[in-house]
Ligand binder design. Structure first.
Ligand code: ADP
Ligand code: ZN
Length: 218
């Protein structure tokens, strides 16, 4: 039996977290918990959370810490996450969220926090070409020749450009990342839980670096 894992993946927008988390989730047989996906699902359902989140997300801002902590606390209390573990993608995004997460996971601490490192110039290029399946979240790279929406190879859903992948919102999200999320890297480094993994390379190369990083730390 493959052992589970309790992981956090940090990294700039466009670092390839979504793609790698999906693979890691299959490899370690643990749920991939993407707070961005949770919020986008709420937007599609038109719930109260979704209506609130949409305006924040479209502007490239951050949803409040209290709401996000509530969502994650609830998700991590489910049986799958309690049993085998989880991969958190997009959470924590601020130091207060990280402090709350330490409290939530006090009885079963994280194995490792991975910073998937990709230079800003490269993520800008990747984000403008990024297309995403609305239904299952699979990422694609557009060549520019396709008509939108095209159909997802995995689930048949509509593949589109995210509303927040506009140049303005991308710029704002990258700025916010530097301001709010990069202090997290320090937070986890100081507590000896951080491993930096080079995110430049083919998806297979990056995946092997990631599984090595997890296995060596567990
Ligand atoms: P990206 O990493 O490309 O910005 P995500 O899919 O992780 O995309 O998140 C999309 C948006 O959802 C964010 O820009 C933010 O508005 C909101 N969001 C997701 N996770 C969090 C979080 N932990 N705290 C605050 N806002 C969040
Ligand atoms: Zn799909």
């Amino acid at each position: 039996m493959v052992p589970g894992a309790r992981l956090i993946l940090l990294g700039r927008q466009g670092a390839g977290k979504g793609t790698q988390c999906a693979r890691l989730s299959r490899h370690f047989v643990v749920p991939h918990i993407s707070t961005g996906d949770v919020l986008r699902a709420a937007v599609r359902e038109g719930s109260e959370l979704g209506r609130m989140a949409k305006s924040v997300m479209d502007g490239g801002g951050l949803v409040g810490d209290e709401i996000m902590v509530g969502i994650v606390r609830h998700r991590l209390s489910q049986t799958d996450a309690q049993g085998r573990g989880y991969i958190l993608d997009g959470f924590p995004r601020t130091v207060p969220q990280a402090i709350a997460l330490d409290e939530i996971t006090a009885d079963r601490p994280l194995d490792v926090v991975i910073d998937l490192e990709v230079p800003s110039e490269l993520v800008l290029q990747r984000l403008s070409a990024r297309r995403v399946c609305r239904d299952c979240g699979t990422n694609y790279i557009a060549t520019g020749a396709e008509h939108l929406p095209w159909l997802c190879d995995v689930c048949g859903g509509d593949v589109m450009q995210r509303d927040d992948d506009t140049p303005e919102a991308i710029g704002k999200r990258l700025d916010l990342y530097e301001q709010q999320t990069s202090p997290l890297i320090e937070f986890y480094a100081e507590t000896g839980r951080l491993v930096v993994v080079d995110g430049v390379g083919t998806p297979d190369q990056v995946f092997h670096r990631l599984t090595d990083a997890v296995t060596s730390r567990r």
